[in-house]
Design a binder for this molecule. Sequence first.
Ligand code: G6Q
Length: 545
Amino acid sequence: MASNRKSALNAMMKHRKRLDEQPMRLLFALDPNRFKRFTVSAGDLLLDYSKNRIDEKVMDTLFELARKAGVEDRRKAMWGGKHINITEDRAVMHMALRNQGDKPVKIDGKDVMPDVRAVLAAMKVFTEQVRDGSIKGATGERFTDIVNIGIGGSDLGPVMATLALEPYTRADLRLHYVSNVDGAHLHDTLKRLDPKRTMFIIASKTFTTDETMTNANSARGWIAAALGDAAVNDHFAALSTNLAACDAFGIRADRIFGFWDWVGGRYSVWSAIGLPVALAIGFDNFAAFLKGAYDMDQHFLKNKLERNVPVIMALLGVWYRNAWGFATHAVLPYDQRLSRFPAYLQQQDMESNGKSVNLEGKPLDYESGPVIWGEPGTNGQHAFYQLIHQGTSVIPADFLIAAQPHEDMAPHHEKLVANVFAQSEALMLGKTKEEVVAELTAQGLSKEQIKALTPHKLFPGNRPSNTLIYPKLTPEMLGMLVALYEHKVFVQGAIWNVNSYDQWGVELGKQLAKALLPKVQGSVANEGNDSSTKGLLAHYRKLRG
Ligand code: G6Q
C-alpha cells in the first residue's frame, strides 16, 4: 500500500487489538442503540451491519482508509469514462448500460447512450416478437425453448437472474443455459428439446471462446441435421462485440445484438448479454432490473461514504481481510431462487480482486480478494454451517432475506425468516460455558456427563455477519443487489490498488488447453511436457484404447 494506505492499515491493527477484548455480545449489551447506529439503507434495501466486530472508532478509521485510498476520485474516474482498466486500456462503464439519466455519457469523447439505447430498443422488439410468437422457427412453429450458449460472464449473470426471477417467467417459454465444453451439458439439455421449437442464442463477447464456439457448432449441427442447413438462419441469434465473427458463423444481421469493449464480461448482464433474461421475464421486467441497478448507482455515486451501502460492505470486507486475516466470505441468501447468486458473485469478486500486483505492477504486501462462496439457507444450515459456528476459521457472512415471498404458502416464509434471524444471532452471541452447563443440568445430565459434553457444546460466538433485508425479490431489487456487490468489489479494488477489471488468469486458461489438444487427440507425439502430464496423457490414451 502507498504510505497513506499503510498508515490507515496500521491504525486498523490497533483497533483490532482493542476489539479483540470486546466481543460483540458485550458491545450489544453496552449499547441499546447498536442496531440503529449500524444500519443503513439504499432505497428499500436495508443493511444491518451491527453484528460485526466494529464500533464507531473502527468505522471512522475505515472511512478514513477509503478516503486516503482515493475511493471517491476513482469513483469519479470510472463514471467519467477514464480508462481505469489500465492493462487493457479500457473504460469501465457498465453503469452506462442501465443509465436512466438524460445527460450524455462520454467515453473517449463520444456519447455512448444513443448506441446503448438502440441495442435496448432492438432487444425489446426481438423479445416481444419471440414472446408473442411472431418470430417463428423454420417450420412455422412458435419457440418454446431457448438455449443460451455462453460461459463465464456470458453465462453466470443471465443464469443467476433467470432463476432469481422465476415468478416473472412464463411456463410456455423455457430458458436453458449451456456453458461447459463437456458434451454432457449440451447433450442433456437437448435431450428433451424439439429442434422445431428451439432457438439458440450464442453469447460471447469475443465470439472466439473455445467452449462456446464448440457448443455453438454442435448446436448448429443439431438444427441442420433435423431441419436442414437453411433453418440455421431462423434458429440462431448472437450477442457479441465481434459482429464480423457472428456474421461468419451464419447469424443474420437483425439477430445480432452488440455491445462494447468497455463492458467487462462479468459486468455484462445489463447489456445484450441480458437478452435471455429479457426473453424469460419480458422486456418491461428486464427494464425494471436495469432501473434497480441504476438506483443503486445513484446511491453509490451520490451518497457520502458514511451512508453508502456498497462502501460500508467493502470496508467491512477489507477490515476482516487485512486486519483479521479472514480468508473467505460466505454469501448466504435465504431465498431458494438466489441459488446461483453466490456462484455469480464468486466470479464477480474473485475474477476482479483475485490479484497479487498493484496498479503499478508491484507485488502486493497485503492480502487482496477473499474466497467467496455460499449456498441458500436453510439448506446450508444442514451442511456446512457447523464449520461457520464451531470451526477454527472465522467466516464473515452476508445473509439476504425478503420480507414478502411470491407464494402464499404459510408458514414457509415465516420459518425461513425465523431461521435467518436465528443464525446471525447465534453466530454473534455464541454459547458460553455457563449457558451450556445450565442447559445440560436442566436436561438432568450427571456432573460427569456435563463435564465431558460441555466443550463440544460451546459456541465461541463473535462471528460477524451482515443482513440485507428488502421487501420482495422483484426485478428492481435484484438489479439493486447485483449493482450493490459490483460497487463493493470496485471499492475494495480501489483500496487494494489493484486492477479489478482485467482477468489474465482467465486468458491463460483460454490458451493452455489449445496447446495440449493435439496430444490428447493423438495427432502429435506425447513429449515435451512434465512427467505427470506425460503420464496422464499416456494413461488416458490407454483407457481410450
Ligand atoms: C469475464 C471474463 C470471462 C468471460 C468468459 C467468456 O469477465 O472475461 O468470464 O466472460 O471467458 O468470454 P466471451 O464472452 O468472450 O466468450
